[in-house]
Write a protein that binds this ligand. Structure first.
Ligand code: HSE
Length: 418
């Protein structure tokens, strides 16, 4: 197994205490998360004050944010001499340039930007290490659950061989509510946007891209290698039918938005997408906007869960990072190297119209592809079959043949082992 990407926080036990004066924070971005940071600061929840906020529109009223100098000029932000810069712009540019410049000038940075960390985390951490400048990104994954920093300071526990979890709060919220049957997926999505869970482009939540960015951050942070999010098997919720959710329940489980990465025998395998989770699995009870991660570490199996999205939990994590960053602990890293990722063999949940394909029983049809059925369930003219583990190549070939033989779309979702 490769070494953890971040092996220690520099001299973690001799860090300076947080400054006696309120920590001066400059915000890059004042959207839902930035406004929540401003609000918590204004209401006195952190030993901090807000100096400047970089925004697109300096004329817009910002209720609950308290007094703050709004500017469109990044140099004015740097000139306000903040103790810490909080980047919540999202996306790659201009966030990357601003964060890089701040680190080069020795200004500590806290960010919640998973896209930025997934694509340029290594480069930015290199700058932070070179300039001995604190750089923290705790809220980029499992937004309201403080756990990345815990592992950064505990390199032995951070020897992780497998991570499986739910890392997108919006899609878990949407699937949980649709499974409960009270609302459609579209209605649940509208609620997720109203509650501030969703991305500025909510398509990134449902098509798996947000989860792919977070899995790349996790892989890098835990030394499983630098992955390109675009190379990960990433499936979204688009092809799910409400009956899939009901059938999963009939089979004793549920469909959840799963992200998984495993490093064994020198190979890394990963996937992201809606998957069948058996009722007895640790992820089965993770509902609503909650996120969770199950980690196989050298210390045993660890489980973390908590709020995965939402302005206030995310802002609280950011402000705890701000306090840590103000103590001056600079990160040190060890290179993990880039890694090629393969698609794992897993069990599958296969949905097919009817019980026959080309005049043949579907179980026999699948047997010809080396796919063995463990359990089957029929509902409203469709059948769902839980298979034993097999490769994606086999299941893709069988799905294409089934679709041709039945003239109906077959769908294969990955399933977790019990
Ligand atoms: N849109 C993201 C989610 C926000 O729902 O998980 C937190 O990263």
């Amino acid at each position: 197994m490769s070494a953890p990407a971040i092996v220690a926080v520099r001299d973690a036990f001799s860090r300076a205490p947080a400054p006696a004066h309120p920590i001066a924070i400059a915000l890059l971005g004042l959207g839902q998360i930035g406004a929540a940071v401003a609000r918590l600061v204004h209401e006195g929840h952190a030993p901090a004050r807000l100096t400047t906020a970089l925004v697109r529109d300096v004329t817009r009223t910002r209720p609950h944010c308290g007094p703050v100098d709004l500017t469109r000029d990044i140099e004015r932000v740097f000139a306000s001499r903040p103790d810490v810069i909080v980047e919540v712009l999202g996306g790659v540019e201009p966030a990357r340039t601003f964060v890089r410049t701040a680190l080069e000038r020795g200004i500590p940075v806290v960010t919640a930007n998973k896209t930025l960390i997934a694509r340029h985390g290594e480069e930015l951490l290199d700058v932070a290490v070179r300039t001995l400048t604190p750089f923290r990104y705790e809220a980029s994954v499992l937004a309201g659950v403080p756990f990345l920093g815990t592992f950064a300071a505990r390199p032995l526990a951070a020897r992780v061989s497998k991570l499986v979890g739910i890392v997108n709060g919006t899609s878990n919220y949407v699937l949980s509510r649709a499974t409960a049957g009270r609302v459609t997926i579209d209605e649940a999505m509208a609620d997720a946007q109203r509650l501030g869970f969703a991305e500025p482009d909510p398509a990134d939540d449902v098509n798996g891209i947000d989860a792919a960015h977070k899995l790349a951050v996790l892989a890098w942070h835990f030394g499983l290698g630098s992955l390109s999010p675009g190379e990960l098997e990433t499936r979204g919720l688009e092809r799910l039918h409400p009956l899939d959710l009901a059938a999963a329940g009939d089979l004793g489980g549920s469909i959840k938005p799963v992200a998984s990465i495993e490093h064994t025998s020198g190979r890394t395998s990963a996937f992201i997408g809606p998957a069948f989770v058996p009722g007895g699995h640790r992820l089965a009870g993770v509902t609503g906007v909650e996120n969770a991660l199950l980690l196989d570490t050298s210390s045993g199996r660890l489980f973390f869960s908590g709020p995965g999205a939402g302005p206030i939990p995310t802002a609280a994590t950011i402000l705890d990072d701000v306090v840590e960053a103000s103590r001056g602990a600079a990160p040190v890293r060890r290179r993990g190297g880039s890694t090629a990722v393969i698609a794992p063999s897993t069990p599958w949940l296969l949905r097919v119209a009817g019980t026959q394909a080309g005049g043949e029983d579907i179980a026999s049809f699948l047997g010809a592809y080396g796919i063995w059925v463990r359990r089957a369930h029929t509902r409203d003219g469709r059948t769902w079959r839980l298979t034993y583990a097999c490769s994606r190549e086999r299941i893709d070939a069988a799905v294409a043949a089934l679709t041709a033989a039945t003239a109906c779309d077959a769908l294969a979702l990955r399933a977790l082992e019990d």
